[in-house]
Design a protein around this ligand. Sequence first.
Ligand code: FAD
Length: 146
Amino acid sequence: MKNLPLERLSIGVAGAAVGQAALEWTLDYTKSREAFGQAVADFQNTRFRLADMATTVDVMWAFVDRAMKLYEKGELSPEEAAKVKFWCTEREWEILDQGVQLHGGYGYIMEYPIARAFLDARVHRIYGGTNEVMREIVARAVTGRK
Ligand SMILES: Cc1cc2nc3c(=O)[nH]c(=O)nc-3n(C[C@H](O)[C@H](O)[C@H](O)COP(=O)(O)OP(=O)(O)OC[C@H]3O[C@@H](n4cnc5c(N)ncnc54)[C@H](O)[C@@H]3O)c2cc1C
């Protein structure tokens, strides 16, 4: 039980790292792929999605960093670790889904890292305690009710 916050923090770190990787794969792909005579990265829709992904990655790292500082001081509470675990893995999932979409058909082909990551990341919302249970832990702390 004592180690659960660290396990959950580490899953949150994985979420941020995979989210960042997904952003980088998607940037590379959309800059090199051409459709209708231009790079996919130059469509306004793609640019807006990439901006969302990049901003989410930055916020994830800031949130993770705060939790890591608390952990280093021995002050990472179960509810703070639960917040990091469920929030980062859900943002990770959204970024991966967007990345798959921007890869088009190749996003569904397992030779592409984004497709493998999309499958592998699914477990992040399950193991280490499901995200529903993480929300229970946070809800207990914020409401003061069991
Ligand atoms: C690849 C993998 C590796 C794993 N490695 C480890 C490991 O190394 N060590 C270890 O101890 N465990 C490990 N696990 C187990 C993992 O932690 C559990 O699978 C996970 O905590 C969910 O428990 P469960 O499978 O019993 O699901 P259940 O508890 O049966 O949950 C089923 C569904 O009910 C929901 N649910 C359950 N309780 C509540 C509630 N109170 N409120 C709302 N919804 C609820 C869940 O969120 C889920 O959606 C691993 C699992 C996987 C898939």
